[in-house]
Design a protein. Sequence first.
Length: 81
Amino acid sequence: MIFTRILYFYNLIKNFIIFLFYVYKRSTFLIQNAEQFLSKNNSVTSEQKSKILENNRKLKRIMRSDNFEEIELKTHDLSSY
Protein backbone atom coordinates (compact mmCIF):
# COMPACT_ATOMS: atom_id res chain seq x y z
CA MET A 1 0.00 0.00 0.00
CA ILE A 2 2.68 2.50 0.99
CA PHE A 3 4.91 1.38 -1.85
CA THR A 4 2.06 1.95 -4.31
CA ARG A 5 1.54 5.49 -3.04
CA ILE A 6 5.25 6.24 -3.20
CA LEU A 7 5.36 4.92 -6.75
CA TYR A 8 2.31 6.99 -7.67
CA PHE A 9 3.85 10.21 -6.34
CA TYR A 10 7.18 9.40 -7.95
CA ASN A 11 5.50 9.03 -11.35
CA LEU A 12 3.47 12.18 -10.79
CA ILE A 13 6.58 14.22 -10.02
CA LYS A 14 8.52 12.64 -12.88
CA ASN A 15 5.75 13.46 -15.37
CA PHE A 16 5.53 17.02 -14.11
CA ILE A 17 9.28 17.51 -14.53
CA ILE A 18 9.04 16.13 -18.07
CA PHE A 19 6.17 18.55 -18.72
CA LEU A 20 8.22 21.51 -17.46
CA PHE A 21 11.18 20.46 -19.59
CA TYR A 22 8.90 20.27 -22.64
CA VAL A 23 7.50 23.75 -21.96
CA TYR A 24 11.00 25.19 -21.58
CA LYS A 25 12.32 23.46 -24.70
CA ARG A 26 9.29 24.40 -26.80
CA SER A 27 9.36 28.01 -25.60
CA THR A 28 13.05 28.35 -26.41
CA PHE A 29 12.47 26.91 -29.88
CA LEU A 30 9.57 29.28 -30.59
CA ILE A 31 11.49 32.33 -29.38
CA GLN A 32 14.50 31.49 -31.54
CA ASN A 33 12.33 30.92 -34.61
CA ALA A 34 10.52 34.21 -34.07
CA GLU A 35 13.78 36.12 -33.71
CA GLN A 36 15.17 34.53 -36.87
CA PHE A 37 11.98 35.34 -38.74
CA LEU A 38 12.14 38.99 -37.71
CA SER A 39 15.80 39.31 -38.63
CA LYS A 40 15.39 37.71 -42.08
CA ASN A 41 12.02 39.11 -43.14
CA ASN A 42 11.97 42.83 -43.94
CA SER A 43 8.36 42.87 -45.12
CA VAL A 44 6.90 42.34 -41.64
CA THR A 45 4.38 45.00 -40.69
CA SER A 46 4.77 46.84 -37.41
CA GLU A 47 1.59 45.16 -36.12
CA GLN A 48 2.96 41.69 -36.89
CA LYS A 49 6.31 42.57 -35.35
CA SER A 50 4.72 43.87 -32.15
CA LYS A 51 2.57 40.72 -31.87
CA ILE A 52 5.63 38.49 -32.29
CA LEU A 53 7.60 40.48 -29.72
CA GLU A 54 4.67 40.36 -27.27
CA ASN A 55 4.46 36.57 -27.67
CA ASN A 56 8.20 36.34 -27.03
CA ARG A 57 7.78 38.36 -23.83
CA LYS A 58 4.94 36.08 -22.70
CA LEU A 59 7.00 32.96 -23.31
CA LYS A 60 10.02 34.39 -21.52
CA ARG A 61 7.78 35.30 -18.57
CA ILE A 62 6.49 31.72 -18.45
CA MET A 63 10.02 30.36 -18.58
CA ARG A 64 11.20 32.60 -15.71
CA SER A 65 8.27 31.79 -13.46
CA ASP A 66 8.82 29.84 -10.25
CA ASN A 67 5.11 29.31 -9.76
CA PHE A 68 4.25 25.90 -11.22
CA GLU A 69 0.52 26.62 -11.27
CA GLU A 70 1.15 29.74 -13.31
CA ILE A 71 3.29 27.76 -15.77
CA GLU A 72 0.60 25.13 -16.13
CA LEU A 73 -2.14 27.71 -16.66
CA LYS A 74 -0.19 29.78 -19.17
CA THR A 75 1.05 26.97 -21.40
CA HIS A 76 -1.98 27.51 -23.62
CA ASP A 77 0.06 30.49 -24.91
CA LEU A 78 2.27 28.00 -26.71
CA SER A 79 -0.57 26.74 -28.84
CA SER A 80 -1.65 30.24 -29.88
CA TYR A 81 1.88 31.21 -30.81
